[in-house]
Structure formats: C-alpha cells, structure tokens
Design a protein around this ligand. Sequence first.
Ligand code: BGC
Ligand code: ZN
Length: 371
Amino acid sequence: MNAVAVNPRKREVSLINHPAPDISAPTEVKFRTLEVGICGTDREICRFDYGNPPIGSDHLVLGHEGLGLVTEVGSDVHQIKPGDLVVPMVRRPCQHEHCLPCRSGRSDFCTTGDFVERGIKECHGFMTEYVVDHEQYLCVVPPDLRDVAVLMEPLTVAEKALIQIWQIQKRLHWECPVVEGKAPGHCRQAVVLGAGPIGILGAMALKVAGFQTTVYSRSKPPNLKSELVESFGARYISSETTQPEVLAQMLGNIDVVYEGVGGAKVAFDVLKVLGLNGIFVFTGIPGFPLPHIMIDGELIMRNMVLKNQVALGTVNAGRDAFEASIHDLGIFMQRWPEAVRSLITGRHKLGNAKELLLGKATGIKNVLEVG
Ligand code: BGC
Ligand code: ZN
C-alpha cells in the first residue's frame, strides 16, 4: 500500500510502501481512506520538531484528519457497517491503571503523557490506502456530508472548546435571556483570533451557538478570508489596522476569545482586553524555536482577578466533541454550504504530499485524496 511517512532518523519525508492492515480483533473495523487533511501539526512533524514513530518502527505514517469508507467489520462490531462513512478519533489511551481520564474513555485529558496519537505520536496515521481501528474510535458521518467531512477533526478543536466554555460559564447562571429563535450565546461577544481553518471553523461554531462573532486576523480586508468570514455573518477586523484596545472599544465587553493562531504575541495582547467575566481559550501550539516575548503580565494578572476571567488551553477531543462536530457541520452545510466548501482550497494526490508538507503553506485547508 502507498503511504506518506516521515523518517526522523534519516530526516526524510517520502511516499513509502506500507503493509496493508487486516482485521485481527472482533471489535475492529477496516476502512478505505478517502481523504486526509493537512495541518500545521503535520508540517511541524515534517520539520522533525514534533511527533514520533511507533516503538520499533523507523517511520511514522502521517495523517490525523481522516475520512474513510468502511469495507469490512469484525464480528463484534454493532454500530458500524460496510459502506458507512467514518471519521476516526486521533488519540488512544495510555496503559496506566492509575490514569483515570484514559480509564474513563477521555484520553484527551490523559494525565501520564503516555497516550498515542494516530499520525502524530507513536501510532501510524491515515495517509495510506487502508486503515484498521476499533469501533469505539470511529464516528459515523451522514453521507450528505461526504464532501466536507474531512473538516470534522479540525472542527472538534472548536467543539471541545465550546463544551468547556459552556461548562465554565455555568458560573454565570443568569446567562442570556431566552429569546425565541435565538441561540443561547446571542447576548455575548466572541472574538476569534486567526482566519485559518481552526479560526474559521471556530467562528462558524460560535455563530451557530448564537455569539456575535468577530474574526481578528492579520491581513487587511477585503481579501479571500475576510469575504469568507463575512459571508456567514461574522465580522472581520484586521489586527494590522486595528489595535486590540480599539477592537474592545468597538465591540464592548468581550465575553469569549477563541485563539486559533498559535502565536503568543497577539494572544496576550488580546487577553489584555478580555472583558468582565470573560473566558479565553488557547488552541494554537507555537512552533519551535520558542523565542521569549514581552507580555504585560502585571496588567493581565490584575485584570484576571478584578474581572473574574478564566484562561484555558485545550488539546485533542473526546467523542462528545466529535458528535458535536458532526451535528454542527450539518448545520453549517444547511446555512452556508458555499462558505464551508470554500474552506477546502486544494485537493491533491498522495504523490504530491511531500511538496504540500514541506513547501510554503498556501490556501486554507489542503486535502489529500487517497481513494
Ligand atoms: C490534533 C490533535 C492533537 C494535537 C497535538 C492537533 O493537530 O488535531 O488531535 O492532539 O495536534 O498532538
Ligand atoms: Zn490537525
């Protein structure tokens, strides 16, 4: 089978021949990979800054944003059948008895660090023709989402963030007054940092949750991304022309910031203007090297206390976020099909993976068509 793999010891990214997997346990499912999304994490692995091959292997098959078509199921598989579209979850639990999150099906909160992640950490990924995995790690996707279902995994980042936002903000039990036809966030201002796939999908999820949503990103409008953002009813403001303080004046109390840029400078500059009772969610992972930067620590701490603020980081996603992602992607497609489709700016053959992974990042979401 063809596969795209990285060999950190040889510092090589290449198309390799990888043995085809077979079902070897009754709870396993075999699927043919249809598409795999490429993201910053893949590019970082290809710079040998992150990720590891499985123990005993020289190479790691890449790919964690998968979409597959089920071809075969084990005798103890009950919810999934051949012909189903599936999106695989990424993380698999550690083996330690004392890791309560992993033992409770929430390896996304693993406390030992010995989890593995498909296509990232010690477990082969989805940039190959066939994959076998256990039923419990696969999510069935409705066939009408086939064209855009490769966006499901990146959307789980926003969904896990939103689940936590609602949980934390339960402390504000006087939330928005109920208004017929309006979602629960309707009296709240959300700012999304970054207009990459994580930012834009996050902005869509916040819109569906009812938030008045502004995407704050570098490039001056009008541009492709600002037009895309405005096409689904969010506002676009450029950080090049509008300082965070001005942004806060324009918007009023900023209730939620959803960070999707992976850079500390803009993140902490915006944290400074987070509103009363506000919540700031970090999702971006700054890449190496990690230079020291100046932040207004005293002011930020003063605000965090005097304004009852919360900042949290979030990584990976559990089944709840995958389910929410399937649900929301369906809503996005009903409301803004063109905007969702336009997030996928390139579909490429497996043979072109190397150039995509190592070359300059272009477009919004690039996808490999596997089969
Ligand atoms: C993936 C997550 C993963 C994280 C850290 C992200 O790109 O979407 O599933 O946990 O990288 O490895
Ligand atoms: Zn990713």
